[in-house]
Design a protein around this ligand. Sequence first.
Ligand SMILES: C=C1C[C@]23C[C@H]1CC[C@H]2[C@]1(C)CCC[C@@](C)(C(=O)O)[C@H]1[C@@H]3C(=O)O
Ligand SMILES: O=C(O)CCC(=O)C(=O)O
Ligand SMILES: [Fe+2]
Length: 374
Amino acid sequence: MSSPCIMFDPSMIQNQPKLPKEFIWSKGSGYEPDSNNQQGNHDVLNEPLVDLEGFFRGDEEAIKQASESINKACMTHGFFQVTNHRVDSSLIRAAHDQMDGLFKLPMEKKLRVQKNKGEMCGYSGAHAHRFSKQLPWKETFSFGYNYVDNDDDQEGVIVSDYIKSSLGDEFEFAGWVYQRYCEAMKDLSLVIFELLGISLGVEKQHFRKFFEDGNSLLRCNSYPPCKEPSLTFGTGPHCDPTSLTILHQDLVGGLEVFANNKWQAVRPRLDAFVINIGDTFMAMCNGRYKSCLHRALVNKKRERRSLVFFVNPRKDKVVKPPQDLVDREEDTTMSRRYPDFKWPQLLEFTQMHYRADVTTLQSFFQWLPSSNLL
Ligand SMILES: C=C1C[C@]23C[C@H]1CC[C@H]2[C@]1(C)CCC[C@@](C)(C(=O)O)[C@H]1[C@@H]3C(=O)O
Ligand SMILES: O=C(O)CCC(=O)C(=O)O
Ligand SMILES: [Fe+2]
């Protein structure tokens, strides 16, 4: 008989003296927390801080500099932060403030919007509806955001309607805030895609155009304090399967990136967005840029929150590198490093058959021919 899944109620679970075994990232899994899995024990990553002011002013020299530092960061670890991004600071603050109302909801109400296996939107406590061990010490609310309402299924529902209809009228303002926040994230992502195009020396609008009619996901993360933080993870080590991730975190800290062969902490900055390259973009640039390996630690004292916007292409688009990039490969045996695919195929793989980690993309390409999605 299978055991009932664990209920992640922060007010109760964080007071238990011992970490429930489901949250222990066991030895031998390849993902055991290292002996130093404590905040404050790691080097701080000296990643480039890309100032977008020059881009918005159309200053050629500043754009060149920004794209060069993006190129360097993406060739080494796939991670950088941006400042002067023109996202209104009061909108960012409001998006963080509205998380209070979500995470403080009574459990019974959270469960009413609980995600089921295979679903992308709704509430999840420790992903316990999907996994039975190595659970992440977090609660999440996720909202789908389609740029174009291109069909009439659930995915076409806009964030504000989804929030209001699933959580009730008292969440109307929260819905409005997250709708605006998604719009701002979409605009910012298109700026980053333009810079990525420039940095790769391809037609500068190529990626921007490709993602203009995408469909994305906004996720609110809450990582409650944990009595034994060194035995678990808030989010275990992984590369995002998506294309680009835009993350905003509070000042608690806990995000780490694997760079130069070691885990390094990312210094939180309220005025910056963290940008990660994901697996899909790595495939789109023929492996030139690295999908960023990262994780989130938890701590004994303070709840940590982050807002994560995952950018994906429209579901019928073929993911492949631009031809001019392929033509420039010196090693002709490597002219195409990955086969073509579509985002829903990788999404199905990560939701139904494989838990995203550092080798998601390779495992996906082994699975793809046997799937009936081709
Ligand atoms: C397509 C997705 C799967 C995950 C959410 C989005 C983008 C990133 C993925 C994830 C965050 C990577 C770490 C593991 C994961 C299970 C998580 O901890 O949330 C992943 C998400 C998921 O499968 O729900
Ligand atoms: O919350 C964080 O800092 C990281 C979250 C993350 O990596 C993810 O949700 O994919
Ligand atoms: Fe991630």
